[in-house]
Design a protein around this ligand. Structure first.
Ligand code: GLN
Length: 470
């Protein structure tokens, strides 16, 4: 398949140069060739996609465009396994609202992408169904937890994909794979049908080849949904592509001094410096700012995310759905063994941590304190956005690590989320765009964050930077 954007394929489809069924066939051929090595997809139902292609309405905004979907977003009649043994036999009886919206816009949701189990991880290595490799270099991880969605787009096995981002899981794999990933403002996209990890942080979003495609997908995905009580009501309809191509002269962009850490790899620092000089050339004004609680975000996030996960994942009890241990010796044994055998070690670690920080003796010391830190982080952003329009920074302190690096402790892995977590704690929109590195080098992304609901402006700056960095 010729790598192409949504807008490229839409032109081909509407001009009649290719039919939706032929496009599905092209993508399937690429999946068959590339997936055995990359393992970006856990499953794909070509027949269902061809049936949808036969009905595709080419006059709709995404008419005839196949979109890959992360394995934690429900797709009716297809496995929704969250890359977990616990849901190994689960077939979703309904569509997530995001999937319904894709279908209503004429798109063809196609394929279930691999991920870290229940979206817990940063490398794609926590899947119960095998790790995913980075298409840019198969000895490296693709990032996570939306590992398969990012790798599928980067390896031309998908035109675009949906992921979910609780602490960076769209932006970080996009950065490691050299594509675009945006986490919208919390509440922009319905979470109905997204299997909950940490409900106050989770957000669905697109992984695409460029910023324009991200805008196209947001136009379809965003909007109030009565089925999600945290979905933002009363927002005016917006065209997220409205600012693309416009000048960014005069924009004020903050660079937090806390993000210029000596812990960043030299190539990350170099990418950030390139972004600063490119934005300056485009007429933006770069100002040093401070986010004083930047150091505390990882601790606060892992307390809150694990606390919410321990509660959300209690539904997987071996009774209602999912995996059940064989020949249980009573109810307690059924619960214990189903959960012991169904969940992988990272998921268990987080359930234990989450249960601990919520327990009566420790609630105030950990959970309540983490909530206070979360408020402080949010107020740091409120102050910063009094001074600047956007905040620039790295996505991750390093490029994609090597696969199976056993020298990394869970804590070291958690610390690498330091730049992506703040946007989730504060509910802000944030985007990762590639900073091209040249032949043979691992991809590196640049992050831009914006105030709540400022996606249109964020995409305008991101697209100006994207074009100028080419
Ligand atoms: N790496 C983070 C974690 O492991 C983020 C995951 C996510 O955004 N789903 O929790």
């Amino acid at each position: 398949m010729i790598p192409g954007t949504i807008s490229y394929w839409r032109k081909q489809l509407t001009a009649g140069s290719i039919s939706p069924a032929e496009l599905v066939e092209e993508i399937s051929r690429n999946i068959e060739t590339r997936n055995p090595e990359v393992n970006a997809y856990l499953s794909w139902d070509k027949e269902a996609a061809l049936a949808a292609a036969a009905q595709a309405d080419l006059s709709a905004p995404l008419g005839g465009i196949p979109i890959a979907v992360k394995d934690n977003i429900c797709m009716q009649g297809e496995p929704t396994r969250c890359a977990s043994r616990m849901l190994g036999n689960f077939i979703s009886p309904y569509d997530a609202t995001a999937v319904t919206r894709l279908k209503q816009a004429g798109a063809i949701p196609f394929g279930r992408t691999n991920m870290d189990e229940f979206a817990m991880g940063s490398a794609g290595e926590n899947s119960a169904f095998g790790l995913t490799r980075n298409p840019a270099n198969p000895d490296h991880v693709p990032g996570g937890s939306s590992s398969g969605s990012a790798a599928a787009v980067a390896a031309d096995m998908a035109i675009a994909a949906l992921g979910s981002d609780t602490g960076g899981s769209i932006r970080q794999p996009a950065s490691h794979c050299g594509i675009v990933g945006i986490k919208p403002t919390y509440g922009r996209i319905s979470r109905y049908g997204l299997v909950a990890f940490a409900s106050s942080l989770d957000q669905i979003g697109p992984l695409t080849r460029n910023v324009e495609d991200a805008a196209t997908l947001l136009n379809v995905l965003c909007g109030h949904d009565a089925k999600d009580s945290t979905s933002a009501p009363g927002l005016p309809a917006e065209d997220f592509a409205a600012g693309l191509g416009q000048s960014i002269a005069g924009c004020k962009i903050g660079l937090p001094k806390e993000y210029l850490s000596s812990g960043n790899a030299p190539e990350v620092t170099a990418a950030l410096e390139r972004a600063v000089s490119t934005l300056t050339d485009l007429g933006a004004e770069i100002r040093e700012i401070s986010l004083p609680h930047a150091e505390a975000v990882v601790a606060a996030y892992y307390i809150i995310a694990c606390a919410e996960a321990s509660s959300n994942l209690s539904r997987f009890d071996g009774i209602r759905y999912g995996f059940r241990a064989e020949s249980p010796n009573g109810l307690e044994d059924l619960y214990n063994r189903s959960r012991a055998q169904g969940f992988g070690s990272e998921v268990k670690r987080r359930i234990i941590l989450g249960t601990y920080v919520l327990s009566s003796g420790f609630y105030d010391a950990y959970y309540a304190k983490a909530q206070k830190v979360r408020s402080l982080v949010a107020s740091d952003f409120t102050s910063a956005f009094g001074e600047v329009d956007f905040i620039l920074g790295p996505v991750a302190p390093t490029a994609a690590p090597k696969l199976n690096d056993k020298s990394l402790t869970p804590l070291q892995i958690y610390l690498s989320d330091i730049y992506t977590i703040p946007a989730n704690l504060a509910g802000l929109p944030a985007i990762s765009i590639p900073c091209p590195q040249g032949e043979g080098k691992l991809p590196i992304g640049i992050q831009l964050q914006a105030p709540h609901y400022a996606e249109t402006a964020l995409l305008r700056v991101a697209s100006a930077l994207e074009s100028a960095l080419q």
